[in-house]
Ligand binder design. Structure first.
Ligand SMILES: *Cc1c(COP(=O)(O)O)cnc(C)c1O
Length: 377
């Protein structure tokens, strides 16, 4: 059967939003305010309204959003920043760039989200060792689903930790009826082209309920500037979102809710058709997912290799998020205290992501399901 399947189809999406995209881009080309043009403020207002946050500050990438949030808390040398071992590199990179120490926490074997019980024991270990000051928790909403924010916030509140939600993969998801964006002291998201809400280049945003934090984020994204342009109050960075990217995102926001609904429909089809043959992802209770990634589990690494090769033969692209947990990465392993992280290590050997995006046809979804069933059968 010749069904062509793309892991991600940004061309098809572009064709769907073409008129609005053109109108938005032409407006930027007409006014030529390429940095902090009117689209940036308009986008910030729309994003804040979308997720119900009081403040939104757009920035140059999801990674820069994480960095600015930690810089605003003056996190650095001697500080422990707790984060999951099973996530994208950027989550651990940022505390290290600031001189702080990432403390890796294991994840739930079925939802893949950071494990609150293990977080508690990791905080206790760091306090007992007495070398680092527990300062912050970066909870990651992995693959489109929310982390267990009520449990995480409870622990962080008791321990006096700043909470940062790494929502790079999950903007558009909801938890207990509320969109992600207000679950932590600050929320960072990414507009990397492959994220559920992606720009045509790098971009990101920060959300917070705190006016003081929002003001710091605005200062930090423009070289630490004060109330006048050439007053430098603190060491900042060049971390703004371009007007062109804001224009692209404004066009994409017009279809974002529909796109999430289509992703949800595809996820349900996968759940129903594949649920007896492979381990499908468990839903976080009381939540909806943005479905950045739909990942199944195979029994072991050999099975994953077989299934991935068989799917490739059938024209079904797959991806592995993540083939190695962060504490085993060459760049980070010397910063790891040696704690066992068995779930993250196990997931890395047998997880496999199937295509999920709003331009997958019903025929493509059926072909993917047939191919997975044939591969494992
Ligand atoms: C993509 C991603 C980031 C980084 O976002 P960029 O915009 O690429 O810098 C951070 N954390 C997670 C979990 C991500 O998936």
């Amino acid at each position: 059967m010749t069904v062509s399947v793309a892991f991600l189809d940004l061309k098809a999406q572009q064709a769907r939003i073409q008129p609005e995209l053109r109108r938005r881009l032409d407006a930027v080309l007409a006014h030529c305010q390429f940095v902090l043009g009117p689209e940036v403020a308009e986008l910030e207002a729309e994003l804040a309204a979308f997720c119900g946050a009081t403040h939104c500050v757009s920035v140059s990438s999801g990674t820069d959003a994480l960095q600015i949030a930690l810089m605003a808390e003056e996190i650095g040398r001697g500080d422990a920043v707790f984060l999951p071992a099973f996530t994208y590199t950027a989550t651990a990179e940022v505390p290290l760039l600031l001189g702080a120490t990432p403390v890796f926490v294991d994840v739930d074997p079925r939802t893949f989200q950071i494990d609150p019980a293990h977080l508690e024991s990791r905080i206790a270990e760091v306090r007992a060792a007495g070398k680092l000051r527990p300062r912050a928790l970066i909870g990651v909403d992995l693959f489109g689903q929310p982390a267990d924010w009520p449990a995480l916030s409870h622990i962080a509140g008791r321990e006096g930790l700043f909470t940062l939600d790494d929502c790079a993969q999950s903007f558009g998801a909801t938890y207990r009826g509320r969109p992600l964006g207000c679950a932590a002291d600050a929320t960072a998201t990414s507009f990397f082209p492959s994220k559920p809400l992606g720009a045509y280049g790098d971009g990101g945003a920060l959300f917070t309920e705190s006016a003081a934090r929002a003001a710091l984020y605005r200062s930090l994204r423009t070289h630490g500037e004060g109330t006048t342009r050439y007053e430098v109050l603190r060491t900042g960075m060049n971390g703004r979102l371009d007007s062109i990217q804001a224009a692209v995102l404004l066009a994409k926001l017009t279809v974002f809710r529909e796109e999430i609904a289509i992703r949800e429909h595809i996820a349900r089809t996968y759940d129903q058709r594949l649920g007896n043959a492979v381990t499908t992802p468990e839903r976080v209770p009381d939540s909806t997912s943005a479905w950045a990634i739909y990942a199944i589990l195979l029994p072991d690494g050999a099975a994953r290799e077989r299934v991935q090769a068989s799917l490739k033969q059938s024209g079904v692209p797959t991806a592995i998020y993540y083939p190695r947990p962060l504490h085993l990465q060459p760049a980070y392993r010397d910063h790891h205290d040696g704690a066992a992280l068995p779930v993250s290590e196990d997931l890395a050997t047998r997880i496999l992501a199937l295509p999920i995006h709003p331009d997958l046809t019903e025929a493509a979804v059926a072909h993917i399901c047939d191919s997975v069933l044939a591969a494992v059968g």
